[in-house]
Design a protein around this ligand. Structure first.
Ligand code: FMN
Length: 345
């Protein structure tokens, strides 16, 4: 979640709580701030379509600024955001009232002007361009680089895998973050929020199988995103083949989000998505950091309990045969039957 969409005390609590729990924090598209770094934890830097924080005066990628970000030891990897589930085909919208001096300086944009990011990276028109851009970012940063997307179809992924086979495995993204169609957002048109894109229940196993079919499963890590808020959701994702799971709204709830649906109005009553100091008064970063920490640790503990109950030593050993999916008629079917394991070609 970008700094700008969320407030300073919310970000401080997230940075501190995640550091203590030993999980990474993702900058979202809003660039890197001192609040991300001060807690000392691991940070994933997201490059959004507007390249906030690493853009030149024309909005193009600034290699110098990117190098500067990569120089921070705490920045572990770079995620190029192609799309997100809540608003496929739309850029981000940060209303003028939320573009404070601090946020403008971090994003490298004018103060007090609405910040609307393009709906796509202008240098990416094809899977070939996508691989080129991943490799450009990786060669500048010398750090693992991947991309985030909500799937809309799967053909292009096959095409990308075939191209990687031609160019060599080193040209592959190091990871793909698969976001669900029903993603969360600071602001998005209602028509896109829940129903455009493929839900994670279908896209995650299909992405994993596509990579396996092309013999790239070990080369490309898969990160699952979208309502992985409870240990059950996380256990399903690991069974389906995710290497990592991330959540935005899970941590929002830990911070005290009441889903007032005012993220884009600067009037969030809980202080999480507003820069109004009066509204932020109730959000004590020290207290909320503890809740963020407890939330992450709780997920971990319960996930381990589910894994043990399935008869494996740890969650990473969960497989598709450990999971059944309840169907519309109320009966359940094994995940391994719905999505049978595929073999590498
Ligand atoms: C307040 C807020 C801000 C977000 N900002 C970003 C962002 O900058 N970049 C991005 O890729 N996703 C952003 N997201 C989407 C989440 O990263 C995630 O893809 C989505 O919410 C699905 O995960 P969840 O169900 O765990 O929330 C944001 C979500 C929220 C709620």
């Amino acid at each position: 979640m970008s700094f700008g969409a969320i407030s300073t005390p919310a970000l401080k609590a997230l940075a501190e709580g995640t550091k203590r729990a030993g999980v990474w924090i993702n900058t979202g598209e809003g660039g890197l701030s001192e609040h991300h770094l001060n807690a000392g934890g691991s940070v994933v830097f997201q490059i959004g379509t507007a390249k906030y924080g690493v853009r030149d005066e024309n909005g193009n990628l600034s290699e110098k600024l990117l190098e500067d970000v990569a120089a921070h030891e705490q920045i572990r990897m770079f995620e190029i955001k192609i799309s997100q589930g809540a608003k496929p085909g739309k850029g981000g919208i940060l209303p003028a009232v939320k573009v404070t001096e601090e946020i403008a300086a971090i994003r490298k944009i004018p103060v007090g002007q609405a910040s609307i990011s393009p709906n796509r990276h202008l240098e990416i028109d094809s899977v070939s361009d996508l691989l080129d851009f991943v490799n450009r970012v990786r060669s500048i940063t010398c750090k693992p680089t991947g991309f985030k997307t909500v799937m809309g179809s799967f053909e292009w992924l096959d095409e990308m895998c075939m191209l990687i086979r031609e160019r060599g495995e080193e040209s592959a993204p190091d990871f793909i973050t698969v976001d669900s169609a029903d993603g969360g957002t600071g602001a998005a048109p209602m028509s896109l929020i829940d129903n455009v894109g493929i839900p994670i229940r279908e896209s995650l196993p299909t992405v994993v199988d596509t990579l396996t079919r092309h013999g790239l499963r070990d080369r490309i890590r898969v990160i699952a995103s979208g309502k992985m808020i409870t240990p059950t959701g996380v256990a399903w994702a690991v069974c389906a083949g995710a290497d990592f799971v991330v959540t935005a709204r899970g941590f929002m709830f830990a911070l005290g989000c009441i889903q007032a649906l005012q993220c884009n109005k600067n009037t969030c009553p809980t202080g999480i998505t507003t820069h109004n100091k009066r509204l932020q008064r109730g959000l004590d970063p020290i207290d909320k950091a503890e809740r963020v920490y407890q939330y992450a640790m709780g997920i971990r503990k319960e996930l381990a309990i589910i894994a043990h109950s399935c008869g494996v030593d740890e969650p990473r050993e969960l497989q598709r045969e450990h999971c059944r999916i309840v169907q519309a008629d109320g009966r359940s079917a094994p995940l391994a039957e719905l999505y049978p394991y595929v073999k590498a070609a």
